[in-house]
Design a protein around this ligand. Structure first.
Ligand code: KIV
Length: 299
C-alpha cells in the first residue's frame, strides 16, 4: 500500500470534494494539530485536515473542548498549515468564539483564514449556529457544519453519547443538517448517530457528509489523529478504530533511552564529536601553562 506521490496530487478544492461525492469516491478526513502530524497526513494522501478543538484534550491537556482559546487553536492551525500542501485545511471555531453574534462569528472566522491560512472553518450545532454559518458564508468563508454529538455542548446533550436515538431526537439531527445545508455549508460532520438515522438523512443531503461514528453511508470519514494512531491515553470512543499503537512504542523508545543513559551505554562513540590529536595536545599544553602560572585553573 503506497500513498500517492506528493507532487502528483493537486490541492483539494471545494469543487473537488463535491465531485468526489457525486462520483461516490470516499472522502478521507483526519485531524492534525502540529507540523509533524501535518507532514504525516500530507504524505498519507488525505483529502481534508481538521485542526479540531479536540486539540484541547489530545495535545493541550484540558479535560474537554470548552476551555481551548482562539489563540491556542490559531497557533496550532499555523503549524499545520506550514506542513500541508494538498489537503483542504479546516479550522475549528472554539466554544465562545462564534455564538454571540454574526459579527463575532465572522470576525473569528476571518482570523482563522487570514492569520492561520485555513481554507474553511467548522462550527458546531443547529439552531443559532445555522444563522452564524449563513453569515460566515455570506462573508466569503467556506463553512463546515457539525451535527449529532457536538462536544462543545456535551453537558446540554447529556454527556458524550450517541445522538438521535429516538424519533424526536433523530428528527432534530435531520433538521439541523438540512438547515446547515440550506445556510450554504459546503460539508457537514455527522458525529455519533445511529447508522439507520444517517441513512435517512443522507437521502436528503446534497453536500458532502463526513461521518465519525455515523455508520458507513456518509460520503467520507473523519477520525482524530491521536485515536487512530493510538497516541492518546484518554477515553477511546466506540467509533475510534486504532491502526497503530504509537503511545506504547513512544514509551518503549523513551524508556530505552533512559536505560542507556543510566547504564552509560549512550552516548556511544558514533554519537560523539572528536578533535584532531594535535589540537588536543595544544589544549592540554595551554591548560598546563595556565595552571603553572596561576597555581590553579584560571580561564
Ligand atoms: O474537534 C474535532 O476533532 C472534531 C472531529 C471529531 C470532527 O470536531
Amino acid at each position: 500500500m503506497s500513498a500517492t506521490p506528493r507532487d502528483a496530487r493537486k490541492p483539494v478544492t471545494l469543487t473537488k470534494l463535491a465531485e468526489m461525492r457525486a462520483l461516490g469516491e470516499p472522502i478521507v478526513m483526519v485531524t492534525a494539530y502540529d507540523h509533524p502530524s501535518a507532514e504525516v497526513v500530507e504524505a498519507a494522501g488525505v483529502d481534508m485536515v481538521l485542526v479540531g478543538d479536540s486539540a484541547a484534550m489530545t495535545v493541550l491537556g484540558y479535560d474537554s473542548t470548552v476551555p481551548v482559546t482562539i489563540e491556542e487553536l490559531l497557533m496550532l492551525c499555523r503549524a499545520v498549515r506550514r506542513g500541508l500542501r494538498t489537503p483542504l485545511l479546516v479550522g475549528d471555531l472554539p466554544f465562545g468564539s462564534y455564538e454571540a453574534s454574526d459579527e463575532q462569528a465572522i470576525a473569528t472566522s476571518q482570523r482563522f483564514v487570514k492569520e492561520a491560512g485555513c481554507d474553511a472553518v467548522k462550527l458546531e450545532g443547529g439552531g443559532a449556529s445555522v444563522q452564524r454559518a449563513r453569515a460566515i458564508v455570506g462573508a466569503g468563508i467556506p463553512v463546515m457544519g457539525h451535527v449529532g454529538l457536538t462536544p462543545q455542548s456535551a453537558v446540554a446533550l447529556g454527556g458524550y453519547r450517541a445522538q438521535g436515538r429516538t424519533a424526536e431526537r433523530a428528527r432534530q439531527v435531520m433538521q439541523d443538517a438540512l438547515d446547515l445545508q440550506a445556510a450554504g455549508c459546503f460539508a457537514i460532520v455527522f458525529e455519533a448517530i445511529p447508522s439507520e438515522v444517517t441513512d435517512e438523512v443522507m437521502a436528503r443531503m446534497e453536500i458532502p457528509v463526513i461521518g465519525i461514528g455515523a455508520g458507513p453511508s456518509t460520503d467520507g470519514q473523519v477520525l482524530v489523529y491521536h485515536d487512530l494512531l493510538g497516541i492518546y491515553a484518554g477515553h477511546k470512543p466506540k467509533f475510534a478504530k486504532r491502526w497503530a499503537d504509537l503511545r506504547a512504542e513512544m514509551v518503549r523508545g523513551v524508556a530505552a533511552y533512559a536505560e542507556e543513559v543510566r547504564t552509560r551505554t549512550f552516548p556511544a562513540p558514533e554519537h560523539c564529536y572528536s578533535i584532531p590529536p594535535e589540537e588536543l595536545d595544544r589544549l592540554r599544553e595551554h591548560a598546563r601553562e595556565r595552571e603553572d602560572a596561576a597555581g590553579a585553573y584560571d580561564w
